[in-house]
Design a protein around this ligand. Structure first.
Ligand code: NAD
Length: 351
């Protein structure tokens, strides 16, 4: 039996990863270290055995050292971050502090406990990052690969880029056994309703505008969070120390196509699911109007990257990764999850 430390495990992807790891590694103890900011919710871990939540800060190096040392933890997966681009534009300081200083604090603790005190005992530090570090693509540019030069454009992506470089440096300089994965836009259960899919779903249910940045033609690759978690598991178990792996969903879509899918799915749900019109009387669909009537163009996000696309042939070739979820089905299941878990998102909206 071993114990894994999951930072940010009460947030969206971290919590999905903890659920996944519980299923695939039933004998492992799991320690979640999470500051429980607006995005972290202990309820995301409800019903899981063998998971301990420590409410604390990754910037508290002494706390991280104690967790690694006292529990004999040999694997750390690092999700904790400030993660929302719009918030990084209105308040970049928190992003620099959590994403850069926080990652450095974890690296220092791992170096002390695993390398200095543990004399290099077997260990792995896995860092979860984003494709946004590579910048923005033109319509005909090749997709981001692991060798694409970094060109981050937002305070969020710049802070993640800096953290990626620190992880790389701790491997090359000190010999820490690290790995990094850079992934595309995730969707699925437990995503805080500030990101595009849950925000638009909940706005549609309440008859509120669907605010579309710019012309709505910014392109993203969409990755179901379950596929992302399986990709991270592959890297943790078989990825080479010091390596970087891109993880994607293989589905590039303009935002407008995602928004149209949301509108169509909400309209369908109102005709197929009994009682929805009574639960959400303000929805356009409850009033006989299409959800698409809520679409509203708003001023574009400052510095909005036009296109991200991800080349994940390396993880496919070396580790056998394949995304299992197609967007249409994965998205339909996500809508069903949000409709079935209103208590969860109502509580999140009050945080
Ligand atoms: P999230 O905002 O839902 O969750 C972040 C979690 O980190 C929260 O539980 C929060 O409480 C915790 N946290 C924040 N500051 C902390 C601190 N100082 N100490 C301890 N915990 C702290 O984020 P997410 O969408 O789940 O993203 C997880 C990781 O994946 C991030 O590193 C993000 O950069 C990366 N990522 C996300 C996406 C995406 O589409 N969501 C895409 C690419 C990469």
């Amino acid at each position: 039996m071993s114990e894994i430390l999951v930072t940010g495990g009460a947030g969206f992807i971290g919590a999905n990863f903890v659920h996944h790891w519980r299923k695939t590694h039933p004998d492992d103890a799991i320690c979640v270290l999470d500051l429980l900011t607006y995005a972290g919710n202990p309820a995301n871990l409800d019903g899981l055995d063998g998971v301990e939540l420590v409410a604390g800060d990754i910037r508290d190096t002494a706390l991280v050292e104690r967790l690694l040392r006292d529990r004999g933890i040999d694997r750390l997966v690092h999700f904790a971050a400030e993660s929302h681009v719009d918030r990084s534009i209105s308040g970049p300081d928190a992003f620099v502090s959590t994403n850069i200083d926080g990652t450095h604090s974890l690296l220092k603790a791992a170096r002390t406990v695993w390398l200095d005190e543990g004399e290099g005992r077997p260990h792995r530090f896995h860092h979860v990052s984003t494709d946004e570090v590579y910048g923005s693509l033109g319509p005909n540019d090749p997709a981001f690969s692991e060798t694409t030069p970094y060109a981050p454009n937002s305070p969020y992506s710049a802070s993640k880029a800096a953290s990626d470089h620190l992880v790389r440096a701790y491997h090359h300089t000190f010999g820490l056994e690290t790995s990094t994965s850079n992934c595309s836009n995730n969707y699925g259960p437990y995503q805080f309703p500030e990101k595009l899919i849950p925000l638009f779903l909940l706005n549609a249910l309440h008859g509120r505008d669907l605010p579309i940045y710019g012309d709505g033609m910014n392109v993203r690759d969409w990755l179901h969070v379950e596929d992302h978690c399986r990709g991270i598991e592959l890297v943790l178990e078989n990825g080479k120390p010091g390596e970087v792996y891109n993880i994607g969903g293989g589905e590039e879509l303009p935002n407008m196509a995602v928004i149209d899918a949301i509108c169509a799915a909400v309209d369908r749900a109102f005709s197929d699911v009994d009682g929805l019109a009574e639960r959400y009387p303000d929805a356009s669909a409850a009033q006989g109007k299409p959800t698409s009537s809520l679409k509203t163009f708003v001023t574009d996000r400052a510095g909005h990257d036009r296109r991200y696309a991800i080349d994940c042939r390396k993880i496919e070739r070396e580790l056998g990764y394949r995304p299992h979820n197609r967007f249409a089905e994965g998205f339909a299941a996500t809508l069903t999850w949000y409709l079935a878990n209103e208590d969860w998102w109502q509580a999140m909206l009050k945080r």
